[in-house]
Design a protein around this ligand. Structure first.
Ligand code: ADP
Ligand code: NI
Length: 217
């Protein structure tokens, strides 16, 4: 099978699998990450096939929807890639990118050993910030029946994945626990540039939010 055919089969598979997802991890998130990843990769010397497949398959078995089990995603991706006869070396690479991709708490590291992994992680994180990031975060909070904001519950910088993934804080806290930290954790130059503007937009949003909360604007 030609490489382009494998890519379009992966897109069809993921589109079908995530079409009814209501927490901000739907097909259109994957579509944007795929586009972001292609854009970033076009400026780097990267293996585009690995980048595209990892971007397309990165959220198919997300731990948040499988009782915290982080092995489901890479396992589902491997099964799919084997069925489509992708070479073993690329399969190992794609599955290790998927395994390492997630944000695991403010006090944990985001090590990504390969350029392709760095590109997909940047692409996924660009979609977590800016206007779309804000929208996704409130969509997720609603999906989980979280309070929007509670001035009495302060954000916590988690230093373990367990603590980070088990917290049920108000949605605004997520900005401090993750979203505002992403700008300084981008790997590639093109993502750093895009992140700068998106970060500033979130800062403005938060300032306006607090001003309205106090009835000042
Ligand atoms: P990653 O892609 O780094 O693993 P997640 O899948 O955990 O990140 O989160 C993706 C997006 O889902 C976040 O950027 C945010 O929009 C939303 N989200 C995840 N966890 C929370 C949370 N606790 N509160 C609000 N939004 C969240
Ligand atoms: Ni994602």
């Amino acid at each position: 099978m030609e490489k382009e055919e494998v890519i379009s089969a992966a897109a069809n598979y993921v589109q079908d699998l995530l079409k009814d997802e209501g927490s901000g991890h739907d097909w259109w998130h994957i579509f944007r990450v795929w586009n972001n990843a292609k854009h970033i990769a076009s400026k780097e010397q990267a293996d585009m096939h690995v980048v595209e497949l990892a971007a397309l398959l990165h959220d198919i078995g997300d731990h948040k929807f499988h009782n915290g089990d982080e092995t489901v995603g890479p396992r589902m991706a491997r099964q799919w890639l084997e069925r489509y006869k992708v070479d073993e070396h690329s399969i190992d690479h794609i599955c290790s990118i998927i395994k390492d991709l997630s944000f695991k708490g403010a006090g944990t590291s985001s090590a990504m050993p390969t350029l392709e992994g760095k590109i997909v992680q940047d692409a996924d994180r660009l979609d977590a910030i800016g206007a779309i990031g804000i929208a996704r975060t409130f969509a997720y909070g609603g999906h989980k029946s979280r309070e929007m904001y509670n001035p009495d519950i302060k954000p916590v910088l988690h230093d373990s994945f367990e603590a980070y993934k088990n917290n049920s804080a108000p949605t605004i806290n997520h900005f401090y626990e993750k979203l505002l930290l992403l700008k300084d954790r981008m790997h590639t130059e093109s993502a750093k540039k895009l992140a700068e503007q998106r970060h500033q937009y979130m800062e403005e949003f938060l300032n306006q939010f607090y001003a309205e909360w106090e009835g000042e604007k």
